[in-house]
Design a protein around this ligand. Structure first.
Ligand code: 13P
Length: 259
């Protein structure tokens, strides 16, 4: 059975009481549902990882961060390493999100280094790719996304094995203008083909070959989830604003569960 991934990107929102309530609600959900066909994760701000570990431990629900340092240790004020994230049993880390790329000028090489650190610590990277509106209007979306993926292709063997790529068109993030099902399907299929084809030429997927998952992000809500997740090329959703409402997020999980 192929699982659908429902991943919340909580960005810089919330408080101790918000996360306490959210984690307890989602833990409750996990106790009453079989999670055989869905994988649920919350990528949260660093200070709440300990709480996630305490409340969500052994629940079948996963958690993780929205960034990681490219180095393992050292005089890097403000950075948090993959090893530290792992101490809180994090299983996922988002990297390359367009909000970080814009605000903090992340370079492609930095992102590739972070991807490697996450994998070295047995966590799963959620690598975000996507084009701007201008690039889409110019018909360049595949070219742009391919060049973002190529950054990683040459960074070591088996790099994509067991990883998640999130197709997040920048114009759809926070905009109420989700990609159409056709656009999401076409781009997710393109990413899968590129990674499984091109990367395999240089043996990036490895022998055990746990295939990559390609999920969609950008204005996903409880109304468009069913349509987006019914697409066979879309392995799940990365959810921003709707993850700020535990009820809406759980509604989305329920829709995925019933697919
Ligand atoms: P929204 O769901 O708020 O559009 O955000 C998407 C996103 O950035 C997920 O990483």
């Amino acid at each position: 059975m192929t699982k659908k991934y429902i991943i919340g990107n909580l960005k810089m929102y919330g408080s101790i009481s918000f996360y306490d309530t959210f984690f307890k609600k989602i833990r409750e959900f996990s106790m009453h549902k079989s999670l055989d066909n869905i994988e649920i994760a919350l990528c949260i701000p660093y200070p709440y990882l300990y709480l996630a570990q305490q409340i969500l431990g052994n629940s079948g629900i996963y958690w993780g961060s929205q960034n990681v340092a490219k180095d393992n240790e050292g005089p890097f004020t403000g950075e948090v390493s993959a090893k530290m994230l792992k101490e809180f049993d994090s299983q996922f880390a988002i990297i390359g999100h367009s909000e970080r790329n814009t605000a903090y000028c992340e370079s492609d090489v930095n992102i590739a280094e972070k991807f490697l650190r996450i994998k070295e610590h047995n966590m799963r990277p959620i690598f975000c790719v996507g084009e701007t509106l201008i690039e889409r209007e110019a018909g360049m979306e595949k070219k742009v996304v391919q060049s973002q993926l190529e950054t990683l292709v040459n960074h070591g063997k088996h790099i994509f094995n067991n990883s998640i790529i999130a197709y997040e068109p920048i114009w759809a993030i926070g905009s109420d203008m989700s990609a159409s099902p056709e656009q999401a399907k076409s781009m997710c299929a393109f990413i899968k083909e590129f990674v499984e084809g091109e990367a395999d030429k240089v043996n990036q997927l490895g022998k055990e070959n746990k295939p990559i998952k390609v999920i969609y992000g950008g204005s996903v809500n409880e109304k468009n989830t069913l349509q987006l997740l019914s697409l066979d090329k879309v392995d799940g959703a990365l959810i921003g604003r709707c993850s700020l409402s535990p009820d809406k997020f759980l509604q989305i999980c329920e829709i995925a569960h019933q697919l």
